[in-house]
Structures are given as structure tokens and as C-alpha cells.
Design a protein around this ligand. Structure first.
Ligand code: 13P
Ligand code: ZN
Length: 276
């Protein structure tokens, strides 16, 4: 069975882990994974006898022509992925121009891949180029604390990156490149997809103001871990501000540099203040 395959099991586990974190109210959030050739070969016997119609995406990712993705369905609840994967998720094939998809497995009761598929697809396209093909996972979730931060901090990459780096010591090690911030936009279309990819050319995570977070990575562990680390830092930031007490101390910029030196990572220097 399709759902016995290791890659499908690990995809379902990640979706359920996100649900358990409280990041996926109702149908909130979506997850896509770009399958390897070997994984597609293992899956092929389980594909539908007749694939569904090609659907134009409104965006083009020429470097993803012919690729296959696991994707959550639009309007489907992460809460149900584990108990009813055939109804909740699908495998889609991309055409040879990289501008349309068709469902080859899953969503047995009808439906289509996530409404954010154009964003996921374009982010995959950009991250595949930025990482020499290593990136395979794009994950969108609605974690409460990072969303809360978008009401009170200026919506700049620098402000968010600094606030997160200084909220938890591991942050500069986990995302030394920082995070991008996309202003509020209507979700689900080509415009937000293109705005997000501008950020994902430089960052492996992007905040959507008043909406959520996009994270990318080579596998489920790294991508889930990135989402988790950013949201945990955001939670600490929000808790700290919520005390209402003045901040007496924080991690200094030269201390961030010291972490980078010892952990052998390169911080985005323009996000740091001059050396003290
Ligand atoms: P979908 O149900 O279409 O995946 O949409 C959920 C969401 O989070 C939109 O941003
Ligand atoms: Zn969303």
C-alpha cells in the first residue's frame, strides 16, 4: 500500500507533529515534499490507473518540470492526515513545462492540492536553485507567537531576525541567514507566491504578516526543526514582552558573533550593529 512506504509514513508523521504543536487549526497550514526518483519508482504501482486533469498553476518553475510532490489537500485538516491519509493528501506530477500539475494518487473523495500550491511550488523552485537541489520540503503553518510578533514589530527582515536571534541562544546557529518578512497579502495566489519567493532566494524561512510562517529544508527533521525553533523563539519573545517588565539584559551583537565563531556559522552581518 502507498501508506506503507517509508516516505509516506514520515510525511504523515510530520503533518501530525505539526497538528500536535497546535499550529494547524481547522485546515490551517500545508506541507509539500519533492519526491526523489527512487521514491517515485516505489510509488508508481500505487498511482491511479488514470491520472486526473492537468491544472494550470499560474506560475512557472522550469527547473521542476517532471517532478512529483506529496501535498496536503486544500481545505483538509492536518488533524485528519494520520487517520485518513487517502482523503487528506495527494501525489501530484508536474508537466514538462513546469506550469501545471495533475493528481496521480490520493484525495480519493475529490479536491485539489493546497490553495498555497503556487507558493510552495515557486518556493521549491527558488530553494532548489539556491541549495543546488538539496531542498525538498516546504512547510507552511500558523504558529501563534510568530503571528503575534507581526502586530508589534516593524515588518522588516532585520527586525524579526534580530528579535529571534536574541530570544534563544541556539537561533543564530539554526538560522544564521536570518528570516524574511512578507507584508500582509491575500493568501492562495500567484502574487503572494512571487513575494515569498523573493524572500526565499535569500532565506530558508519567511514570515507572513498576520498569517504564519513558511519554512524550507532538505528533509522533514530539519524543516520541522526550523519551524519549531523559530516559533519557540517567538514564544520566548512574546512571554518576555508580556511580563511588562523592562528588559535588563539580552544577548549582545558581539555575543552573537562569538556564537557564530565557535559554531562555525556565518551570520548575516548587515543584521548586526557595529562591533562594540
Ligand atoms: P489550504 O487548506 O488550501 O491548504 O489553506 C490553508 C492555509 O493555511 C492557507 O494559507
Ligand atoms: Zn495559511
Amino acid at each position: 500500500m502507498m501508506t506503507d512506504l517509508s516516505i509516506v509514513k514520515r510525511y504523515i508523521r510530520m503533518a501530525n507533529d505539526g497538528w500536535l504543536q497546535g499550529w494547524h487549526e481547522r485546515n490551517g497550514g500545508n506541507l509539500t515534499y519533492r519526491l526523489t526518483k527512487e521514491e517515485v519508482a516505489e510509488m508508481r504501482p500505487f498511482f491511479d490507473a488514470r491520472p486526473r486533469e492537468w491544472v494550470s498553476m499560474g506560475v512557472t518553475g522550469a527547473n521542476l518540470a517532471g517532478e512529483y510532490f506529496l501535498a496536503t489537500g486544500s481545505g483538509k485538516f492536518f488533524r485528519n492526515v494520520e487517520i485518513d491519509p487517502e482523503d487528506s493528501i495527494c501525489v501530484v506530477e508536474i508537466n514538462d513545462r513546469g506550469d501545471s500539475y495533475r493528481i496521480v494518487w490520493g484525495l480519493v473523495n475529490g479536491g485539489r492540492p493546497t490553495s498555497e500550491f503556487p507558493s510552495h511550488f515557486m518556493n521549491h523552485s527558488v530553494r532548489v536553485a539556491a541549495t543546488g537541489g538539496a531542498c525538498r520540503v516546504i512547510y507552511h503553518a500558523h504558529p501563534a507567537n510568530i503571528i503575534a510578533m507581526t502586530f508589534v514589530l516593524p515588518l522588516t527582515d532585520r527586525d524579526f531576525t534580530r528579535a529571534l536571534w536574541k530570544s534563544a541562544t541556539e537561533c543564530p546557529v539554526v538560522f544564521p541567514g536570518g528570516v524574511g518578512v512578507v507584508p500582509w497579502m491575500v493568501p492562495g495566489g500567484a502574487d503572494i507566491a512571487l513575494a515569498t519567493c523573493e524572500k526565499m532566494k535569500e532565506y530558508d524561512a519567511a514570515v507572513w504578516a498576520h498569517h504564519g510562517l513558511f519554512a524550507s529544508g532538505p528533509d522533514f527533521d530539519i524543516t520541522f526543526g526550523l519551524m519549531h525553533t523559530i516559533e519557540k523563539a517567538a514564544q520566548i519573545w512574546v512571554l518576555q514582552k508580556s511580563t511588562g517588565l523592562p528588559e535588563l539584559q539580552t544577548i549582545q551583537d558581539d555575543e552573537l558573533r562569538a556564537i557564530a565563531r565557535d559554531f562555525n556559522v556565518e551570520l548575516r552581518e548587515e543584521f548586526l550593529d557595529e562591533r562594540g
